[in-house]
Design a protein around this ligand. Structure first.
Ligand code: HAM
Length: 442
């Protein structure tokens, strides 16, 4: 669609093509801010209360980092990465996720010498050239937690518990889907078994699944292609092929979760879409009757015990992490009726009447701001009535009214928004007086 702008000065209507958002990208407008603030505050609070430090990674990394970590035969690397050659002839990629970058940073900054596990969190945009649909964007934010340097199953449980608490705090009901995919060695045998099982039904497989059969057979387990539900029912289950250590590890995780009363379901078909996983894997989904929504994972994660070594770090550096899709978390909050006031709430609202008071108002407003008082204004509005209505909407406790007369007298009116009572005070003392009144109001 071509949007038309009008060149008012020239008076002639000229068709100007307004640049549009890229497909799959999204503007996050100020009206959404209460949700974003709530999610980021909850993320920061939960992460810091469990001693995770903030990690800010670059958006651009060498392409090989993702190819080696996520795996060449995965959807993300095969089809979804924004990759290009930069002016210095390096193949670079807009990060599709942050676990690979976190692992690289851990190695590059010698974090192996710190107290283990090293716990880090992030809240950053990621990029995947995915097929856009509800809850699926080409730029999306993830809140992620990574704990690198410990194999203790209590960490797996703790990460799930943290996520559970995070959602509880936001008022979203979720459950966890859990599985264990064992070690690479134990998986190798299982995959052979799985391939020979699906080979019998080769003719019934879709083209996509035929490709998976040779390239990435585990993904047959979570294939959404038609007819797969039925075939999958008879497939060998990975839990039966786990090595003893992985089995014990998984049992311990479940025990801890039972103890902490975190709701979960075992899902033998959960394999995740990234190659670096070992042992415990999980996803978080909304508890809802809406089948489509229930399918959209709010987040996912698991152990990646061999990734650090694979990228050239110290042998035997086990790790675990999770990432939540922030847009999906916010969608779930809205779906589950979590509401925020659209208006920013303030303590004080400044009302002005006329030019002289607007001029003086600029300075008064700045003094309140410097004193740390939350204050709003509507310099663009004229009538007092409209300004008081705005004060009301923003739940201001006090309104300040500055008219022409007050400017001349060096005074200002303080209005208690609840009782409507007004008093006139010296304008030089207004900040101190209002601060005291707000303290008394509590
Ligand atoms: P992932 O499952 O690829 O895992 O992504 C985690 C979450 O990011 C998803 O559950 C979803 O909520 C969100 N997400 C993914 N793609 C999109 C998209 N196109 N649009 C909107 N949201 C999306 C990872 O990224 C791993 N790095 C998680 C992890 C951390 N594993 C260990 N540590």
């Amino acid at each position: 669609m071509i949007a038309k702008n009008v060149d008012a000065k020239a008076g002639d209507r000229k068709a100007v093509k307004t640049p549009q958002l890229l497909r799959g990208f999204k503007d996050i407008l100020p009206g959404e801010e209460p949700y974003w603030n709530a999610v980021e505050d909850a993320a920061r609070n939960i992460a810091t209360s469990y001693s995770f430090g903030r990690l800010r990674l670059p958006i651009l990394e060498q392409t090989s980092l993702f190819e080696r970590s996520i795996g060449k035969a995965t959807d993300v690397v095969e089809k979804e990465m924004y990759t290009f050659v930069d002016p210095s002839n390096t193949r670079v990629t807009l990060r599709p996720e942050a676990t690979a970058g976190a692992a690289r940073a851990y190695i590059e900054h010698g974090m192996v010498n710190k107290t283990q596990p090293v716990k880090m969190w992030y809240f950053e945009p990621m990029f995947r050239h995915d097929r856009p649909q509800a809850g699926r964007y080409r730029q999306f934010y993830q809140f992620g937690l990574e704990a690198i340097g410990s194999s203790d199953p209590i960490l797996d449980a703790q990460m799930i518990l943290m996520t559970h608490r995070f959602f509880k705090g936001l008022g979203v009901e979720v459950k966890f889907l859990l599985n264990s995919i064992g070690t690479e060695e134990s998986r190798r045998e299982y995959i052979m078994e799985l391939v020979s099982y699906f080979k019998q039904f080769r003719k019934r497989l879709s083209e996509v699944d035929k490709k998976r059969l040779t390239k990435n057979p585990l993904r047959l387990l979570d294939s959404k292609e038609e007819g797969m539900d039925e075939l999958r029912d008879g497939a060998p289950q990975i839990l039966d092929w786990l090595d003893e250590d992985s089995k014990q590890h998984f049992m311990k995780v479940l025990e801890y979760l039972d103890e902490a009363e975190v709701p979960y379901e075992l899902n033998p078909y959960l394999v995740r879409g990234l190659d670096y996983y070992t042992k415990t894997v999980f996803e978080v989904v909304e508890i809802t009757d809406d089948a489509e929504r229930a399918q959209n994972s709010l987040g996912g994660g698991g152990r990646y015990d061999t990734l650090i070594e694979l990228l050239g770090g110290r042998e035997d550096t086990p790790a675990i992490g999770i990432a939540l899709g922030v847009e999906r978390v916010i969608m779930a909050m809205k779906n589950q009726g979590v509401e925020f006031s659209k208006e920013r709430e303030v303590d004080v609202f400044f009302c002005q009447l006329g030019d002289a008071s607007r001029k003086k108002g600029l300075i008064v407003f700045e003094e309140f701001r410097k004193a740390g008082v939350s204050i709003a204004e509507a310099f663009g509005k004229g009538a007092l009535k409209g300004q008081l209505e705005m004060a009301d909407k923003q739940k201001a406790k006090i309104a300040l009214i500055l008219g022409q007369k007050e400017v001349l007298d060096g005074t200002i009116i303080i209005r208690d928004m609840e009782s409507g009572a007004q008093e006139i005070v010296n304008i030089d003392k207004v900040v101190a007086i209002v601060k005291r009144q707000l303290e008394m109001m509590g």
